[in-house]
Design a protein around this ligand. Structure first.
Ligand code: ARG
Ligand code: ZN
Ligand code: CA
Length: 445
């Protein structure tokens, strides 16, 4: 294992090729940087204080923010030498669509892999959208939104592939766009001592002067290296995307680190580690491949009873095809980072950008559906920005409307519907105002 110790709180991802006698499969592993324990504790103290503030705010105001983060992919290539590294706009767009599905709990594979009711109810909409930057830092329109193509020969750089040391010292500082305004993602080929790496991320930075985190200032890493790096073979779900990491979950996972999440198993091999999230079950070690192909309960020495361990979580190491959820606890951490952290809190709609697969443009309308799953009665809490008419309708998977309620001139309120005479299964609750429409799934069981 090798760590980027100079970066302080950041994550490095490494690949270890474990050739066991039984198998020649390559097992990919990612090491969290072993930062100094006091830094780690100070970060957690800050995070817990921040979450507390957030909860107070949430209780008092029931506020919930949907952020939109402009993203730029710096595609590092060598022209005609290996043209595949210069991935297509279609491939980048497929990745942005995946981020928007995963961070809004709109991923279609959710119901295939998240079947335990405990996970269905803790699974969360992170309320973060990603849009493709439409301008560069000079305000010049981009030929391809969200894309900055960089030829290493033109830059006078070494030949690809690159180890993280070169990426940190040369590639990132030489190409980064203002990290207070853009989420920077680099796409390149890992090489040297980092051959086999899928990706790695830099942790968020703690705000200056915020007690109790004064000692943490600057520990997230330098502004000139802030962002995420992904190997060109693990971006999106088309083009060069390579199984079993061909569903864009590497960037979903790295973005989780970039927004303050630890690995779900606590980076240990026993039950002592933690990801500091209360609704992710303690898990012994990381998973590889797919522990189950139908979302069945899997238990281990730390998660001994149902729902077992959450191998469906994006912060595990399962294959892309069975990673399908974040939890509410993980959402709270990421929301706290977006609200407080240097180079995160300034990102929301910071530059002109275009929607690539943002499904829910929920301007001015907040909807909370609970309990979910339900055994019949479902409460739909609606909050509107101003006084308007709105409707609440429920559709089954055949597209038939089974409930439709209209409310006149209000700021929202609680609508309770009884679905108990309908068959068990998935339903879609749509709340429509004159300006917006929000659809949430609810499971009747
Ligand atoms: N090894 C990388 C990291 O921990 C990424 C793992 C992503 N897993 C995946 N199935 N795409 O940062
Ligand atoms: Zn990781
Ligand atoms: Ca563990």
């Amino acid at each position: 294992m090798k760590f980027l110790t100079s970066l302080g709180l950041s994550f490095a991802c490494l690949a270890l090729t474990a050739q066991t006698p039984e198998t020649t499969a390559t097992r990919r592993k990612c090491g969290t940087v072993q930062q100094d324990v006091s830094q780690h504790q100070a970060f957690e103290a800050w995070m817990q204080a921040s979450l507390q503030k957030d909860n107070q705010f949430a209780n008092a105001k029931k506020a919930s923010v949907v952020y939109t983060i402009p993203i730029v992919f710096h595609i590092i290539h060598s022209g005609t030498t290996v043209p595949a590294r210069n991935i297509s706009q279609a491939q980048v767009n497929s990745q942005i669509v995946i981020l928007n599905n995963d961070y809004r709990k709109l991923n279609a594979d959710f119901s295939t892999y998240v079947t335990q009711s405990a996970f269905v109810s803790s699974a969360a909409d992170i309320q973060i959208n990603f849009c493709a930057a439409s301008v560069d830092p000079n305000g010049t329109a981009l030929a391809e939104p969200g894309i900055d193509r960089v030829n290493v020969t033109t830059k006078g750089w070494s030949a690809l592939p690159y180890a993280t040391s070169y990426i940190e010292s040369t590639v990132k500082p030489g190409t980064i766009w203002d990290p207070t305004k853009y989420y920077n993602v680099w796409v390149l080929q890992f090489g040297g001592s980092d051959v086999g790496t899928l990706g790695y991320a830099q942790f968020p930075t703690i705000p200056s002067g915020t007690s109790p985190v004064t000692d943490m200032v600057g520990q997230g890493g330098a502004a000139s290296t802030d962002g995420v790096v992904v190997d060109y073979r693990y971006v999106g779900n088309t083009g060069t995307a390579t199984a079993p990491y061909n569903k864009g979950r590497t960037l979903t996972h790295e973005t989780g680190h970039w927004l303050g999440l630890w690995h779900i198993w606590g980076d240990d091999n026993d039950c002592s580690g933690t990801d500091y999230v209360s609704d992710t079950p303690n898990q012994q070690v990381e998973n590889s491949s797919c522990p189950s192909t139908n979302g069945a309960v899997k238990t281990d020495a730390c998660a001994t009873v149902a729902p077992g361990f959450n191998y469906q979580n994006y912060m595990d190491y399962s294959d892309d095809k069975c990673m399908a959820m974040f939890t509410a606890g993980q959402r709270d951490r990421m929301q706290a980072v977006m609200a407080n952290c240097i180079r995160r809190k300034t990102l929301n709609n910071a530059v002109a950008c275009v929607s690539v697969g943002i499904k829910e443009e929920a301007a001015g309308i907040l909807v909370d559906v609970f309990p979910n799953p339900t055994s019949g009665r479902v409460n739909i809490n609606v909050e509107l920005m101003d006084t308007q008419d709105f409707s609440v309708s429920v559709m089954n998977t055949l597209g038939q409307t089974v409930k439709d309620v209209k409310q006149t001139a209000s700021n929202g309120g609680l609508v309770t519907l009884d679905l108990s005479e309908h068959p068990q299964g998935v339903y879609f609750v749509t709340v429509k105002s004159k300006t917006a429409s929000v659809t949430k799934r609810v499971v009747l069981q």
